[in-house]
Design a binder for this molecule. Structure first.
Ligand code: FPP
Length: 245
């Protein structure tokens, strides 16, 4: 991929809020479930392309804590779709040396989903080409509440003193403890919201909003987002001049 005028390298950690499956289906006169199946096809293409582009960490928001309030039927289909996708993609994960990782409250997922996830995570854990993280039953505020709880318990039990609590200790208690900060966050479908995704981890992420509905999101759209990212100046609070020095 040729990109001139680059200020940044390829994002190391790309996170995506895959939005718009329902609206895509509605536009096409299909039901929401069909929108999600087409969403899975977009996931497959984006994962393949991320490997080609040497992106090391790809994190996908597949199911939020808030999504539990959707109709039971839709939740059931999403869960089955997830398991069938894990089964059908397993060999491809091995072949491409992709490590599967999950973040979120796994205990809330149905047992058959947990079992399949555990199997794939365990059997791909030595892969090192790319880490593919699925956020499932994930909420950023819930993740942070868990961190506060864990740290408060450690303080109470004299395992850690309050003065020692810093950003790196907080990082170690997040679901994402093994992942670097997000460099680029993409949201599809034209909505410009974070929706409780990776609140801590996106502190310095570049945000990219695409109007494309998730099932229509292709390799070409991914390239466009990365091109935009590469042209941006990431100052992390510094001045442009300081960055040059
Ligand atoms: C958002 O569209 C999408 C979801 C809530 C689910 C995303 C899930 C998939 C793409 C399939 C399963 C994932 C994997 C990794 C196999 P929406 O339903 O909120 O769309 P709308 O806002 O237009 O209604």
């Amino acid at each position: 991929m040729m990109i001139s005028d680059s200020k940044n390298d390829m994002p190391k950690h790309l996170a995506i809020i895959m939005d718009g499956n329902g609206r895509w289906a509605e536009k096409k006169g299909k039901n929401r479930i069909q929108g999600h199946s087409h969403g899975v096809k977009a996931v497959q293409k984006v994962v393949e392309e991320a490997v080609q582009l040497n992106i090391q960490y790809l994190t996908l928001y597949a199911f939020s804590t808030e999504n539990w309030s959707r109709p039971q039927e839709e939740i059931g289909v999403l869960m089955k779709l997830l398991v069938s996708t894990l089964k059908s993609e397993f060999q491809k994960l091995l072949k491409n040396r992709i490590k599967l990782n999950v973040i979120g409250n796994m205990h809330e997922l149905p047992a058959f989903v947990q079992k399949e996830l555990e199997y794939v995570v365990e059997h791909t854990q030595d892969n090192n080409e790319m880490t593919l993280t699925l956020a499932l039953s994930y909420g950023g505020r819930e993740e942070l509440s868990n961190v506060f709880k864990q740290l408060a318990t450690k303080v109470k039990n004299n395992i850690i003193s309050p003065e020692k609590i810093d950003q790196s200790i907080i990082n170690e208690h997040l679901y994402t403890q093994n992942l670097p900060d997000v460099d680029l966050l993409i949201r599809t479908s034209g909505e410009k919201r974070i929706s409780n995704f990776l609140l801590w981890q996106i502190a310095y992420a570049e945000l990219y909003f695409s109007k494309v509905l998730w099932p229509d999101f292709t390799k070409k759209h991914l390239h466009k987002a990365i091109t935009s990212y590469k042209k941006r100046e990431r100052r992390f609070g510094k001045t442009s001049k300081q960055l040059l020095g």
